[in-house]
Design a protein around this ligand. Structure first.
Ligand SMILES: CC(C)(COP(=O)(O)O)[C@@H](O)C(=O)NCCC(=O)O
Ligand SMILES: [Mn+2]
Length: 906
């Protein structure tokens, strides 16, 4: 093991793992067979898709041409539990926002209730309207294909969502005469068609009201909604909610509206222009014979407008017009060259015409927008509307115009949900929709499998349609259109040298549905909260490594790609290795590879990208293909092996002096953190011995000083130094990491020490499985097992309500002892190896309020994320670095070096 030096530390005596009983299961090299067996046994009892509705595939049909690349699939009998819908019917596109809600499936088991009671969570602040847990979906259709839109609404029964004319009644029976909120001209034009086809009336909402309501919601509620786009570089802008107004909203649809927004519901349409998206498409269609807007845009990618635009240099014999600051390449007159040249339309390349048109219209909009911003003293201009459709060159052109005319004073910003402002605003106009009160931390955006492939073409994100998803993946494979591995990294897709120059490279071919790819499904989780003891939640950034650095991005993409086959093997084995599991495993691998490829191509496609997001995306993708817990049997086996040696370890610890014990405990945590099935190097290591052999080897090679070693300061705080008497912490939050030795031989003994010293301990674990991390659901059983051998743990677990169901039976006369401080378990609200402390469970937030010590353990929670996080209380970050590159980068060290970083509260 590179990087570890020989140094004997703790000799665990009488290691029970050598007993016949354990030998067979303990050998890591035999894990594959064991895993299959265990998975088969477990298979019967595991409830596979507990959190997802089942798909009703009856009557499913592909709509339109079967040979089409992305045909629409209609599922006539599928409906989500409850759905609500709002529409924006524009001249070119119909935008739908619909909400689906599932019944509250959160468990109310006795243990959870008891902890909630203890943390004062039970009589909490109930909302006066139904809990808005659910998902917001964004879908669009071309207006001239309105029948497809009606079929879609009908297939999902979105028009029967239980709304009355104004308010939200999710429990109401299906309502044939429902009113659907709608905005845009089509709400008038197609009202009769909706009545006739769906039996619903459109409740019309003012377009401007909706645009503003939608934009205000997005800018306040979505963390990475607004971004700048300059010379191919996209940068997300953190908007201060208290300093949002006033701003100029420029909505570029068929025409253009410019709205000065002063607050919620406070706005004025100050200007507009009839030269907008409709002009580009209309003129483009006439001049190039293009069949669609996207085709026209794609043409522009290959265009050279110098052949048709009159440039300053054309007038000045190739010279700049320096006196007024115009370069020779500045467009003096769009399409101006056509006057003097003796050419017909056919003599011009459609590509050049399209680019010339695009630049003409984009500059014009950018210029008028800036002049209006100047008129009202507005510094910020947000551009939205479906004209932009995530098209880099369009955004660069508008940005250039704003920058050029304002001499850098004003900045153009764009919105990820650019096309959905009106539809979202219409949705907001339902009374008591609850969105008003939602905060950034209560929204989680997820990108389902379809995102890299199909954008909005499949009609709306499928609702739990596993089979359908798998078929889609297989279909793409057959057609050879899949992206199996990340494409080579390109430098940031520069779109030109600046708006007035000829684009040097306008990126590769345009995605047919570029804008839809940038919008995920918004999960509304009202129970999420900001971790209350962050020193400064406004400046908190969870990710340590900046993936904006391309070499980092490339490295981590390669790591994740290479880990994929092993992960698929584990996932398939965890589901019994059946044909069905293999099919799902294959589909998962393709879907995740496609995500990677998509993000490699455009790292900001799903918002700001950090390593934590990538690791979470992988877990989400596994869940999407219904792999509930890929490492389930490995975790079980490692827990058992570790629990078998725990009593000896505890005995040995108890024979030590306080000081030696504390050091041994911290060493133990660091050494046991080696059990990480997400690390390539560690997995290779597991083939070399049993769990306990590896644990012992890891312990032996612990040598201080560790690469980051604040142990002495921590010890001073814990045990006192000089005249300073120690005073125990009141409550410690222990963010635990892996199953097996990590939790059983590392974190639990440390928790026990804190309990012994009178500190309440809250074990904070994942809500959902991720790699081999222990979950909050699994912890009570592990604690109960450990408590069988330890009075301190048992009494604390009893006091913490952890043993309500556990059968433990020890007569040791502990009744005479004073009551113990409690040991509790809370879930953290996530299902990833990392943790973003801006979005944690309400249980954890409540537990944190009285905490004066936080211990973050493991690479994911203490290094990849939160390494630079500061807290209002004492914090200890413990991890073994199991990746060479990270070790070099973060601590200038080597793989298997350790971090013990202690940061007292300031
Ligand atoms: C996924 C992990 C963050 C889990 O580490 P842990 O939090 O369990 O210590 C880590 O294993 C990791 O960064 N793995 C990828 C890099 C590698 O294979 O070296
Ligand atoms: Mn882990």
């Amino acid at each position: 093991m590179a990087g570890l030096t020989e140094h004997p530390v703790l000799g665990i005596t009488d290691i029970k793992e050598e007993s016949n009983e354990n030998k067979a299961t303990d050998k890591v090299v035999r894990e594959e067979e064991g895993e299959k067996e265990m998975a088969l046994i477990a298979g019967n009892s595991i409830h596979r898709s507990g959190s997802r509705p089942q798909l009703d595939l009856s009557g499913a049909a592909i709509q339109g041409n079967f040979e089409e690349k992305d045909p629409t699939i209609l599922l006539p009998n599928q409906s989500d539990d409850i759905s609500h819908l709002a529409l924006d019917i524009g001249g070119s596109l119909i935008k739908l926002v619909y909400f689906s809600r599932h019944a509250d499936r959160s468990s109310h088991d006795k243990r959870k209730m008891s902890i909630k009671e203890r943390l004062g969570l039970l009589n909490g602040n109930r909302r006066s309207y139904p809990i808005l847990g659910g998902r917001l979906h964004f879908v669009k259709f071309e207006t001239n294909k309105i029948n497809e839109c009606l079929d879609f609404i009908s297939s999902k029964q979105l028009h029967r969502g239980g709304m009355d004319s104004r308010s939200w009644h999710p429990e109401a029976p299906a309502n044939e005469n429902a009113l659907i909120k709608a905005t845009g001209g089509g709400a008038y034009k197609f009202a009769d068609l909706f009545k006739e086809r769906l039996g619903v009336s459109l409740d019309k909402e003012d377009e401007m009201d909706c645009l503003v309501a939608g934009a205000n919601f997005l800018l306040k509620a979505i963390r990475h909604e607004a971004f700048t786009h300059i010379e191919g570089r996209k940068e997300f802008v953190q908007i201060d909610h208290n300093d949002l107004f006033p701003y100029l909203l420029v909505n570029i649809g068929s025409g253009v509206s410019m709205i000065k927004v002063d607050g919620d519901g406070k706005f004025q349409r100050v200007s507009g222009t009839n030269v907008g998206g409709g002009t580009y498409w209309g003129l483009g269609k006439l001049l190039t014979k293009c069949k669609s807007f996207d085709e026209l845009l794609e043409l522009s990618q290959r265009g050279d407008n110098r052949t048709i635009d009159m440039l300053v240099g054309d007038i000045y014999g190739g010279m700049d017009y320096n006196k007024i600051g115009l370069s020779a390449s500045t467009i003096a007159s769009s399409f101006g060259k056509a006057i003097s040249e003796n050419k017909e339309l056919e003599d011009y390349r459609p590509e050049d015409i399209s680019l010339s048109l695009l630049r003409m219209i984009s500059y014009n909009i950018g210029q008028i927008a800036y002049l209006n911003a100047l008129r009202f003293g507005l510094k910020r201009i947000f551009f939205g509307g479906f004209f932009i459709r995530g098209h880099a060159y369009t955004m660069d052109t508008i940005s250039f115009a704003v920058h050029f005319w304002s001499k850098g004073d004003a900045q153009a910003m764009f919105l990820r949900h650019e096309g959905f402002l009106g539809a979202l605003g219409a949705f907001m106009s339902y009374e008591k929709h609850g969105l008003d009160d939602l905060m950034v931390h209560q929204l989680v955006e997820r990108f389902p499998m379809g995102a890299p492939y199909i954008g909005g073409k499949i009609h709306g994100p499928p609702l739990g349609d596993l089979n359908e998803k798998i078929s889609w993946m297989e279909k793409f494979v057959q057609k050879g259109t899949e992206i199996t591995a990340p494409v080579p990294m390109a430098p940031p897709g520069t779109t030109g040298l600046g708006g007035f120059e000829v684009p040097s490279s306008k990126g590769h071919s345009l995605r047919s549905d570029a804008s839809a790819l940038n919008v995920g499904v918004l999960h509304l989780v009202p129970t999420l909260e900001v971790f209350p003891i962050l020193a400064d939640s406004k400046t908190y950034e969870p990710n340590t490594i900046d993936l904006a650095d391309h070499s980092e991005l490339e490295y981590w993409f390669t790591v994740l790609s290479e880990h994929l086959p092993d992960l698929v093997d584990k996932a398939v084995a965890s589901e019994g290795g059946t044909d069905d599991a293999k099919r799902r495993g294959d589909a998962f691998a393709r879907a995740f590879s496609a995500h990677l490829a998509r993000l490699m191509e455009e790292p900001t496609a799903y918002g700001k990208l950090g390593l934590a997001n990538l690791l979470e995306l992988r877990e989400e993708c596994l869940r999407e293909f219904q792999f509930v817990d890929a490492y389930r049997s490995i975790k079980q086996r490692e827990n058992e092996a570790s629990l078998a040696v725990l009593p000896d370890l505890l005995m040995e610890l108890d024979s030590m002096s306080e000081e030696t014990r504390l050091l041994t405990l911290i060493e133990g945590v660091l050494a046991a953190n080696i059990f990480d099935w997400g690390s390539r190097a560690c997995v290779d290591l597991y083939h070399k011995g049993t769990i306990i052999e590896i644990y012992r080897m890891s312990r032996k090679k612990m040598q201080r000083p560790w690469r980051v070693d604040d142990f002495d300061t921590f010890k001073g705080r814990m045990l006192g130094s000089g005249d300073k008497m120690p005073h125990p912490h009141k409550r410690a939050l222990l963010f635990v990491d892996n199953s097996g030795a990590d939790i059983v031989l590392g974190m639990l003994p440390l928790a026990r020490e804190l309990l012994r010293r009178g500190t309440e301990v809250v074990l904070v674990a994942n809500s959902l499985p991720a790699l081999n991390d222990v979950t909050a659901m699994e912890l009570p059983d592990i604690v109960a097992e450990a408590a069988k051998h330890c009075d301190i743990l048992r009494r604390a677990a009893e006091a913490g309500g952890l043993l309500v169901d556990a059968m433990i039976n020890i007569q040791d006369g502990s009744k005479e002892k004073p009551p113990s401080v409690p040991l509790m378990v809370v879930e953290n609200g996530c299902g990833s190896p990392c943790i973003d402390l801006r979005q944690v469970s309400s249980e954890l937030a409540a537990a944190a309020k009285d905490a004066d010590l936080i211990i973050l353990e493991g690479m994911g929670r203490a290094l990849h994320t939160n390494f630079n996080a500061r807290f209002k209380c004492d914090a200890l970050k413990l991890a073994m670095v199991k990746n060479q590159r990270l070790a070099e980068k973060l601590i200038k060290g080597n793989i298997y070096d350790c971090v013990c970083r202690y940061e007292p509260s300031s």
